[in-house]
Ligand binder design. Structure first.
Ligand code: ZN
Length: 191
């Protein structure tokens, strides 16, 4: 099922999401819907709060980024970077900070360079409840960091400089008020 994307300004996007029992019969359907919704809106990642669920789950599929020459270094990993992260915990972030232009399905038509660390170690459960611990760098790490922020109640706009924040204030207000045109359905002010 394709859900509408919850827009910036909704309280659910600002709340820390809660762990979910895993495995659990309801999870497969929810995760399928998250992938369907992500593909319908042409995203490379989607977190549960973005469809109104306050649970610590996000899905990614970085393959659309694999063909971008800018991401050549990460192309091999990105090609098959499709998975679900349930109850994830970032254990460590390391490496140099670097700027990468981020966007967000909940904040249409806004792209800004965000600075984050290069590498991370994460543990998470799969749908069967098995725990995994993995290390990612570069663009795949970036996708994870962005989605992980969502389940912590943080948006990429929270990470911009005070000046940048002031500059985009009007645009964010418009989005929260429903003045947006996205190629997918959106939902506003979701509690
Ligand atoms: Zn996002």
């Amino acid at each position: 099922m394709v859900y509408p994307i919850v827009a910036f300004g909704s309280p659910v996007l600002k709340r820390r999401a809660k762990n979910v029992e895993c495995p659990n019969d309801a999870l497969g359907g929810l995760v399928d819907s998250m992938f369907e919704t992500m593909y319908a809106s042409k995203g490379v990642g989607l977190a549960a709060p973005q469809i109104g669920f306050g649970t610590r789950i996000f899905v990614v599929d970085g393959s659309p980024f694999a063909d971008d020459p800018d991401n050549a270094e990460d192309a091999e990993v990105l090609k098959s970077f499709k998975k679900v992260f349930i109850n994830p915990e970032i254990l460590e972030e390391s490496g140099d900070e670097w700027a990468f232009e981020e966007g967000c399905l909940s904040i249409p038509d806004l792209h800004e360079a965000v600075v984050r660390r290069e590498t991370l170690r994460i543990k998470y459960q799969d749908l069967e409840g098995r725990w995994h611990e993995e290390t990612y760098s570069g663009v795949p790490a970036r996708i994870i960091q962005h989605e992980y922020d969502h389940i912590e109640g943080v948006l990429f706009t929270d990470r911009l400089s005070p000046l940048k924040k002031r500059l985009i204030q009007g645009r964010l207000k418009d989005i929260a008020a429903g003045k947006v045109s996205a190629n997918y359905r959106m939902k506003f002010n979701v509690a």
